[in-house]
Design a protein around this ligand. Structure first.
Ligand code: PLP
Length: 375
């Protein structure tokens, strides 16, 4: 029997990520409801935040106005897979070879430094390219500062290769905190420039899509909300009308009846307080479950919340089963997703849902399901 044959027969105990593609379409509709007058750039960089770039692109392609990718390679791969719509490389091109790829594959580029404009000025081919100009309004990552922006814009308008006047783009540093005054500072700077230069603009990520209508402009750029996690700091996805797309599941592979004073796992760091059942779940940091998830991180065993105890191993975690008296070997365990928000798990691991999703490793089987989530 080959690995594939056996897997097709459901033979192996492998952690699974169930992907609810109806939920991703629902979440896009939520973004559109929040910004009804804007077009939507669905951000699917980093393998669609770990959900599978081609899968998510296929699920959304009829409903989006563009896809946003970080790197040129991602955009070229998506074009090569047959996606005909607008693709935007959010980090633009790094050198003339990437520029050629963008032109060849009709990929919009976001231009953030003078050297990129220089390459356009030297381009002598006949083909054309859509450009966006990235403005650094305070993030200090990519983009022209407000005071440099007008000169860069004028230079870009002079480039024959650019199809039209560039659209303007900027990015919030603190949009997840709706009342952070830095958001106002960034938006005011951007707005001044938009008024001066005219044309279309884009500023809002997921958080700003939900919380700042004054930042919507003509194009919104939702990312994390499409995958059903709240973009707001300590936000609640369900209250925001979002549905989780990924449910990460595995199974109980052992139940140990431990005695008071026993220790559990590496470092013998967790001490058993009383005679109790401790379950062993087949998932670990080798699957992308965060090693920093602390004792107390919630899991769902048979749909019932139970706290993680002890250190996360490469292939296993251990769980306090005192609250799940009927638990048996083989029972399903949800690590995050339907019934257990990834944001909540992330807080216990001192990270964010974005990182949890992106970190799900190759050996987790991905399976598409339709709504309702877990079958
Ligand atoms: C990743 C990214 C987004 C999407 O951000 P979310 O917080 O996931 O909504 C939008 N714009 C740019 C430039 C990005 O890099």
């Amino acid at each position: 029997m080959t690995v594939t044959e056996a897997a097709d027969r459901g033979c192996f105990l492998t952690p699974e990520a169930l992907l609810d593609l109806d939920a991703v379409r629902h979440n896009l509709r939520r973004a559109r409801e929040a910004a009804p007058h804007s077009r939507a750039i669905a951000v699917i960089k980093s393998n669609a935040y770990g959900h599978g770039m081609l899968r998510i692109a296929a699920a959304l392609s009829a409903d989006v106005d563009a896809f946003g990718l970080a790197r040129m390679e991602e955009a070229v791969a998506l074009r090569e897979a047959g996606f005909e719509g607008r693709l935007i490389a959010l980090e633009g091109y790094f050198d003339s070879c990437e520029l050629d790829a963008a032109i060849d594959c009709r990929i919009d580029v976001v231009i953030s430094r003078s050297g990129q404009i220089h390459l356009l000025e030297r381009y002598s081919g006949a083909r054309r390219l859509d450009c966006w100009l990235k403005i650094d309004t305070g993030m200090n990552r990519l983009g022209f500062r407000i005071e440099e922006a007008e000169a860069a814009y004028r230079r870009l308008c002079q480039c024959r290769v650019a199809t039209r006047n560039p659209r303007l783009m900027s990015h919030f540093a603190c949009a997840d905190e709706a009342d952070n005054s830095f958001n106002d500072l960034q938006l005011t700077g951007f707005q001044t420039l938009v008024e001066r230069l005219g044309g279309e603009a884009s500023m809002a990520n997921s958080a700003a899509t939900l919380s700042r209508a004054d930042s919507h402009y003509q194009w919104i750029r939702p990312g994390i909300m499409l995958y059903g996690a709240s973009p707001m700091a300590r936000g609640c996805a369900a209250k925001e009308g979002l549905r989780p797309v990924m449910t990460l599941r595995s199974r109980l592979i052992a139940i140990n009846h431990c005695r008071a004073g026993d220790s559990v796992g590496y470092g013998a760091s967790w001490r058993v307080p009383e005679s109790m059942p401790v379950g062993v779940v087949a998932i670990g940091y080798g699957d992308g479950y965060p090693r920093h998830a602390a004792s107390g991180t919630p899991l769902l065993v048979n749909g019932i919340r139970a706290p993680l105890v002890g250190r996360v191993s490469m292939d296993m975690v251990t769980v306090d089963l005192r609250g799940v008296p009927g638990a048996r070997v083989g029972d399903p365990v949800t690590l995050w997703g339907e019934g257990l928000p990834a944001e909540e798990v992330a807080l216990h691991a001192e990270t964010i849902a974005y990182e949890l999703f992106c970190g799900v490793s190759q050996r987790v089987r991905m399976r598409e399901v339709s709504s309702g989530g877990a079958p």
